[in-house]
Write a protein that binds this ligand. Structure first.
Ligand code: G3H
Ligand code: 13P
Ligand code: ZN
Length: 324
């Protein structure tokens, strides 16, 4: 065993999810890979008194370096205290794809890991997930598994439907793996192009019927929603106005996420909205200040916009504000 998350001042997700379930809100899981994103997440969550899950993908870990990340998370805990309010902070591996990667994260200060075996046949998904749970639980690290495959824009409607989580499988999966939470597929998808919507058409609603069926089979069990960015239209417009091209980018309407947050959904994953807010403000600044070349000058407004956006989500969408 290397470094325990407990030495870094982090917590696992168990208590967070218990409170979120009882209080009918969802914990924000915000992805990060750089300093400005992390500062913004912490400042927004301290100012709204919200618990938070700092989420790192495999690619983000490669980008930022595993050792740097561990100390960044430790720094985040101290930064929150310095800002004047202690909030529960978890460090979570997003979409872990091998036992070895999950183990490396458990051994290096993560308090929670996801093993994503959703693309595997059921038995193989159970096998790899159980192996990760057996390892992680020795160190009191919580584990998220996944059943069902999130829809992608390339797939046709038929294929999307067939990848929704099958409620008949959830009890056996949870029982045989021992996971602490379960990511499901009910119509969300990753990235900035979640649906193909023609002019005049509305965004297809999430499959709350499937979610309700899963809640019946797993009463009180924490559910996770991936691909939950709203792809906030004003950021898409700013990006397109200042030299970008994100035509047709569309996400999950906030009302649907608000509804999900009051259900057994205890964790809502948001990455793309952070990327969009950041890019929009960097583009705007550089477009209006072509002679500027000090990164602090153009990263500051991007960081300020992130803070505004995360606070809005905690307060008005996830309901996690004032729960820390
Ligand atoms: O679910 C995926 C996350 O948005 C992470 O994306 O692999 O590009 O870091 P990434
Ligand atoms: P978005 O692309 O909708 O932000 O989803 C992020 C996610 O699910 C990370 O695991
Ligand atoms: Zn995801």
């Amino acid at each position: 065993m290397g470094i325990s998350y407990k030495e870094l001042g982090l917590v696992n997700t168990r208590e967070m999810f218990k409170k979120a379930m009882e209080g009918k809100y969802a914990i924000p899981a915000y992805n990060f890979n750089n300093l400005e994103q992390l500062q913004a997440i912490i400042q927004a969550c301290v100012e709204t008194k919200s618990p938070v899950i700092l989420q790192v993908s495999k690619g983000a870990r490669q980008y930022a370096n595993a050792t740097m990340l561990r100390y960044m998370a430790m720094g985040a805990v101290e930064y929150a205290k310095e800002l004047g309010y202690e909030i529960p902070i978890a460090l979570h591996l997003d979409h872990g794809d091998t036992f070895e990667l999950c183990k490396a994260c458990v051994d290096n200060g993560f308090s929670s890991v996801m093993i994503d075996g959703s693309h595997l046949p059921f038995e193989e998904n159970i096998e790899i997930t159980r192996k990760v749970v057996e390892y992680a639980h020795q160190f009191d690290v919580t584990v998220e598994g996944e059943l069902g495959v999130l829809a992608g824009i390339e797939e046709d409607v038929k294929a999307e439907k067939s990848h929704y989580t099958n409620p008949d499988e959830v009890e056996e999966f949870v029982e045989r793996t021992g996971v602490d939470s379960l990511a499901i597929s009910i119509g969300t998808s990753h990235g900035a192009y979640k649906f193909k919507v023609k002019p005049g058409e509305s965004i297809p609603p999430l499959r709350f019927d499937i979610l309700e069926e899963i809640e019946k089979r797993l009463p009180g069990f924490p559910i996770v929603l991936h691909g939950a960015s709203s792809v906030i239209p004003e950021y898409v417009e700013l990006i397109n106005k200042y030299g970008g091209n994100l035509e047709g980018a569309v996400g999950i309407p906030e009302e649907q996420l608000r509804r999900a947050a009051t259900s057994a959904v205890c964790k809502i994953n948001i990455d793309s909205d952070g990327r969009l807010a950041f890019t929009a403000k960097v583009r705007e600044f550089l477009w209006n200040h072509p002679k500027e070349f000090d990164p602090r000058k153009y990263l500051k407004p991007a960081r300020e916009e992130l803070i505004r956006m995360y606070k809005h989500k905690n307060l008005n969408v996830l309901g996690s504000a004032n729960k820390a």
